[in-house]
Design a protein around this ligand. Structure first.
Ligand SMILES: *[C@@H]1O[C@H](CO)[C@@H](O)[C@H](O)[C@H]1NC(C)=O
Ligand SMILES: *[C@@H]1O[C@H](CO)[C@@H](O)[C@H](O)[C@H]1NC(C)=O
Ligand SMILES: *[C@@H]1O[C@H](CO)[C@@H](O)[C@H](O)[C@H]1NC(C)=O
Ligand SMILES: *[C@@H]1O[C@H](CO)[C@@H](O)[C@H](O)[C@H]1NC(C)=O
Length: 465
C-alpha cells in the first residue's frame, strides 16, 4: 500500500511542477489526498493487513459475511456518470471561451482526457479489481485460518451461501475457487438464498420501504455548509449559476468508481473537490445509510435477528463440543445484508445518532462507512479454543480483517460466556419475530393488506415514543 500512495504523491508532484504560473488557479495541493468515499471506498485502502495469531488459542470455527468485490456502476449510476462528458465540455468552454473558470490548466487538461464507458453487460457486476479483492481475501483467510480448514472438504464441513444477484454470486465463486480449488462446486456447492429470504437483510423485508424515514440526508443538503460547497464548486468550474446537486453527485460517483476500479489512479473528478468537500460528501453518504440501512431506523435493528440467530447457534454448538457442525460458514450478500448483521450484534454503534445538524460533532463517529462498509467489506466471528487463561472458549470478531475492539472484551478477545450472555435472546425458542418484516394478516386478503400497509407508519410513530 506504501507503493500506491507514493505513486499518487509522485503524480501530484508532477502536476504541481507543471503549473504555468500567472493568476492563482485551483489545483489539488493535498500531499495525501482524501480517498475515503463512504460505501464505495476501495478495499485495499482500508483493510487490516496485520494479523496476529491469538497466543495459546486455536481457531476452531469461522463464520463470515462478505459483501461483493469492487463493482461497476449500476445502470442508473452509469447513466449519471455518462452525462458528465457533456458537462465536462461546458466546464472547458467556461475556461477557454468565457474565461470564467478557476481550474489550473493541467487540472483542466486531465479533465479533457477523462473517459468513462462501461459495457452494458458489465453494469452492476464485479470488476477485475473486484475479482482480485475476493481472491486475495480468500488467500489471506486461508493462510490465517489454516487450522480450521484442514478438514475434509464437503458440503457438511463447509457452507457457502449467496443471494441470487450476479455480483454476489460471482464474488462467491471467485472466493471459493481460491479457498477450495477450481472444482469446488463438486465438493461444496454454493447454496442460493432466495430474494425473499430473511437472511438477506433489510432489502428483503416487505415492511422496510414503508418504515424507513430518510429525511436527515435531504435536510443535510440544505445546511449552510453543504450549500457553500455547491456554490464554491460552481464558481471553481466557471459557472455563474449554482450547478445542480445531481451533477455534484455524478462527479462524486465518477471519482469514487474510477478510484476503486483503478486503484493506482488519481481520477480527474476527485481532484476538483477539496479535502473538506470530500469529507462533507462522505458524511452525506454515511447519513443516508444510517437511516436506510443503519441504526437510524428502528426496523433495521430488528431484521438481522435470523442471521444473528444462525451465528449464535453455530458458536453455541462449538462451545458444546458438538462435532456435527461445519468448520466454516461463508455468507455472501449485499451491503444491506452486511450492515444488518452488524446491527444485530451492536457493531459500529454511536451513542449519539447522526443527524443533519451534528456533522462536526460526529467527526469521530463509529458509523463511518469508509471503514465499515467499503467494497468487499466483511465481518467474521472466529471461535477460539484456548489452553491457558481463565476460560477455554473465546470469540473474536473481525471487521475488514482487523480485530474489532468489542466493548466488554479484552482488546477484541471475548469470553464465550460474555457473548452467550449478551446475545442469549437470539437463542430463545421464539428468538426472532417474523412480524418485524411480514404481516400475518396480509395473507388474509388484499384489502386487508392495503389497510395494514397504510397503518404501519402510524404504528411506527407510536413505537418511537
Ligand atoms: C433507477 O432509476 C429509476 C428512475 O429514477 C428508479 O425507479 C430505479 O429504482 C433505479 N434503479 C436502481 C437500481 O437504483
Ligand atoms: C419465497 O418465495 C418462494 C417462491 O418465489 C416461495 O416458495 C417461498 O414460500 C417464499 N418464502 C417466504 C418466506 O416468503
Ligand atoms: C448559490 O448558492 C449560494 C449558497 O446557497 C447562494 O448564496 C448564492 O446566492 C447562489 N448563487 C446563485 C447565482 O444563485
Ligand atoms: C469440550 O471439550 C474440552 C476438551 O476436550 C473439555 O475440556 C470441555 O469440558 C468440553 N466441554 C463440554 C461442554 O463438553
Amino acid at each position: 500500500m506504501k507503493g500506491q500512495s507514493s505513486r499518487v504523491l509522485l503524480l501530484l508532484a508532477f502536476l504541481s511542477a507543471d503549473l504555468s504560473g500567472g493568476e492563482s488557479c485551483y489545483e489539488p495541493t493535498d500531499q495525501d489526498p482524501y480517498l475515503y468515499f463512504s460505501h464505495k471506498t476501495a478495499y485495499q485502502l482500508i483493510f487490516n493487513s496485520k494479523f496476529k495469531p491469538v497466543p495459546y488459542c486455536r481457531p476452531t470455527f469461522v463464520w463470515m459475511f462478505i459483501r461483493p468485490g469492487t463493482s461497476y456502476p449500476n445502470t442508473n449510476e452509469s447513466m449519471a456518470i455518462r452525462q458528465l462528458h457533456q458537462f465536462r465540455d461546458r466546464v472547458i468552454k467556461n475556461h477557454e471561451e468565457r474565461r470564467n473558470g478557476h481550474l489550473c490548466k493541467h487540472v483542466l487538461d486531465s479533465l479533457k482526457l477523462w473517459e468513462f464507458e462501461v459495457n452494458p453487460t458489465s453494469e452492476d457486476d464485479i470488476s477485475p479489481q473486484g475479482r482480485m479483492d475476493m481472491q486475495l481475501l480468500a488467500k489471506r483467510t486461508k493462510d490465517k485460518m489454516s487450522e480450521v480448514l484442514v478438514k475434509e472438504i464437503n458440503r457438511n464441513t463447509f457452507k457457502i451461501y449467496a443471494s441470487e444477484d450476479q455480483k454476489v454470486m460471482n464474488s462467491a465463486e471467485e472466493f471459493s475457487k481460491t479457498m477450495f480449488g477450481d472444482n469446488f462446486q463438486s465438493k461444496v456447492p454454493i447454496e442460493k438464498i432466495q430474494k425473499n429470504s430473511s437472511f438477506i437483510g433489510s432489502e428483503s423485508c416487505p415492511k422496510w420501504t414503508d418504515a424507513v424515514h430518510n429525511s436527515e440526508a435531504s435536510l443535510f443538503r440544505k445546511t449552510p455548509e453543504y450549500l457553500e460547497m455547491v456554490s464554491q464548486m460552481s464558481k471553481r468550474l466557471g459557472f455563474l449559476e449554482n450547478i445542480t446537486d445531481s451533477i455534484i453527485h455524478a462527479m462524486y460517483e465518477s471519482c469514487r468508481y474510477n478510484k476503486a476500479l483503478v486503484i493506482e489512479s488519481y481520477p480527474a473528478w476527485c481532484g476538483l473537490f477539496t479535502r473538506q468537500e470530500l469529507q462533507l460528501l462522505e458524511y452525506y453518504e454515511d447519513l443516508d445509510y444510517y437511516y436506510k440501512y443503519g441504526y437510524g431506523s428502528e426496523i433495521n435493528t430488528k431484521v438481522g435477528c435470523p442471521i444473528a440467530r444462525e451465528l449464535m447457534g453455530y458458536l453455541n454448538a462449538v462451545a458444546k463440543n458438538d462435532s456435527d457442525r461445519p468448520s466454516a460458514v461463508f455468507r455472501f450478500g449485499s451491503s444491506a445484508g452486511l450492515l444488518t448483521t452488524l446491527l444485530a450484534l451492536g457493531v459500529a454503534k454511536d451513542t449519539i445518532p447522526l443527524t443533519h445538524s451534528n456533522y462536526h460533532a460526529q467527526y469521530r463517529r463509529q458509523w463511518r462507512m469508509s471503514q465499515v462498509d467499503p467494497f468487499s467489506s466483511n465481518f467474521a466471528a472466529v471461535f477460539y479454543k484456548c489452553d491457558q487463561g481463565d476460560e477455554e472458549n473465546k470469540v473474536m470478531f473481525y471487521l475488514n480483517e482487523g480485530v474489532y475492539d468489542y466493548p466488554g472484551c479484552n482488546v477484541g478477545l471475548c469470553s464465550w460466556k460474555f457473548v452467550e450472555n449478551k446475545f442469549k435472546h437470539y437463542l430463545a425458542p421464539n428468538g426472532c419475530n417474523d412480524e418485524v418484516c411480514r404481516d400475518r394478516s396480509r395473507a388474509s386478503g388484499v384489502r386487508c393488506a392495503a389497510l395494514v400497509t397504510a397503518l404501519i407508519p402510524i404504528v411506527l410513530a407510536y413505537l418511537h415514543v
